[in-house]
Design a protein around this ligand. Structure first.
Ligand SMILES: Cc1ncc(COP(=O)(O)O)c(C=O)c1O
Length: 446
């Protein structure tokens, strides 16, 4: 499909025109006083306009309860108002005049999501596939990467269920060999040099895929993805294109936190849900693939984009794979998918650098405070280069679940890591504050 070169800002302007145009054309779609779109605006009457430079104003964009400190950005997003308003606008259009709103909106709205994602990632729109979650993206990618019987996949001991099981399913289906390597023993002491050395020592001439996770949700360790990419580039230099080791990254706990582009990361594929730290619509995600890496993948679900459909209608051979063609087809919960443009816009308006600084500032404050408390062991590295927003720790003589209970009693939401080895896990983000970090530390000290 020829994806139009919309910028985020032009889309946001255009989408209001689109809604307005439809309202006139088909009997006031979305203009009824009882419509969700109208309710979205009235629900915030009396509040100040959004000021992306002011953290209090950023927090006000979230309907999250204010009697609770929400340290759970690694789970699932609450929708900030610009995202919620876009969902309501699209839902109203779809509820009121389904077919015509779909026909009038689909191409432009989906192009706007890709344009927003591309601006955010520093990528090309056609390199981006739209999915429903990290898990869906990993499942589709790891099912579809061409790996010959004489080649193998290298992943790590630290990846989440979704990566391990996506490869286990693939292996059960076609017998592909999957090996795992440990990148550190003590997460708090993990260093970039050691991680790269351990990973590269496990890469062989048969390694076709290196499947890693940017920020480990079991320990909070952030992998030095660009250093890994550099090391793999050296190995790949002498290899034919279909022998290259492809670097695939589950990026869900780095996206929406770190101020980097896909070029900075240097990987071949980046898979992420956009409904955690990015605070995008629940049930959304992306797969970004380098333009020349998409040819290594086959789709499992037919795309619904016009060119693929046209090829089927006319009996033509398929054009080369890209992010658009990798996007699973069928109709979706479009009001959520299309509102992802506003989520990227929300972060870009605040500034990726400011989001990263705000998150790291709180995470560092939390780790330093925890390190001073007797009986507390911080699992996540103190080094900002080796950590992100996730902070994991243990308390002597107290189970992670008991610690959570103690925090919950005073209105702090965190979690226990969903791994065999369990720790308390806390996620400072743009919806939490340094004061809430201090309050958490006081509770733990008490
Ligand atoms: C590293 C990692 N990848 C993937 C997931 C799953 O993300 P999603 O809900 O977007 O599939 C999680 C946890 O939810 C995770 O910790």
């Amino acid at each position: 499909m020829a994806v139009t070169d919309l910028t985020r800002r032009t889309f946001l302007a255009r989408s209001s025109v689109l809604a307005g145009g439809l309202a006139v054309g088909v009997g006031c779609i979305g203009s009824d006083d009882d419509s969700p779109a109208s309710n979205a605006d009235s629900s915030r009457s009396g509040t100040e306009p959004f000021d992306p430079s002011d953290w209090a104003s950023v927090r006000e964009q979230f309907p999250l309860s204010t009697d609770v400190a929400h340290f759970e950005a690694f789970v699932l997003a609450s929708h900030p108002h610009p995202v919620a308003d876009a969902i309501k606008r699209h839902r109203s259009g779809l509820e009121t005049d389904t077919e015509r709103y779909l026909a009038a909106s689909e191409a432009e709205a989906e192009a706007a999501v890709r344009a927003g994602a591309a601006e955010y990632l520093g990528a090309q729109p056609t390199e981006i596939a739209l999915t429903d979650s990290t898990t869906m993206g990993l499942g589709l990618l790891y099912a579809g990467l061409r790996v010959r019987p004489d080649q193998e996949v290298l992943t790590t001991e630290h990846d989440f269920y979704s990566t391990h099981q996506a490869w286990a399913l693939r292996s059960a289906r076609d017998g592909v060999t999957v090996r795992r390597v440990a990148l550190y023993e003590d997460p708090a002491a993990a260093t970039a040099d050691d991680v790269v050395a351990r990973l590269m020592a496990a890469v062989t001439t048969d390694t076709r895929v290196v499947a890693i996770t940017w920020v480990h949700s079991g320990t909070g360790v952030k992998l030095p993805v660009s250093a890994i990419a550099d090391a793999l580039a050296t190995v790949n230099a002498g290899r034919a294109p279909d022998e290259r080791a492809l670097l695939c990254v589950d990026g869900v706990h780095g996206l929406g936190v770190e101020d980097v582009t896909v070029a900075d990361l240097g990987c071949d594929f980046l898979v992420a849900g956009t409904h955690k730290w990015l605070f995008g619509p629940r049930g959304t995600g992306i797969v970004w693939g380098r333009a020349d890496a998409w040819s290594a993948v086959e789709a499992a679900i037919p795309a619904f984009e016009p060119q693929s459909f046209g090829e089927w209608l006319q009996g033509l051979p398929a054009e080369p794979m890209d992010g658009v063609r990798f996007t699973p087809g069928g109709y979706h919960s479009f009001e959520h998918r299309w509102a992802l443009a506003e989520a990227f816009g929300f972060h870009l308006d605040i500034g990726k650098d400011r989001v990263a600084a705000r998150t790291h500032e709180q995470a560092t404050r939390l780790k330093s405070g925890l390190a001073e408390q007797p009986g507390v062991t911080v699992v996540t590295p103190a080094d900002e280069d080796m950590s992100s927003g996730i902070v994991c720790f243990d308390v002597d003589g107290e189970s992670p679940t008991d610690v959570l209970g103690r925090l919950a009693d005073v209105g702090t939401v965190a979690s226990v890591t969903p791994y065999r080895e369990q720790h308390v896990r806390v996620g400072p983000s743009i919806v939490t504050t340094p004061d809430e970090v201090d309050a958490l530390l006081t509770v733990l000290a008490g």
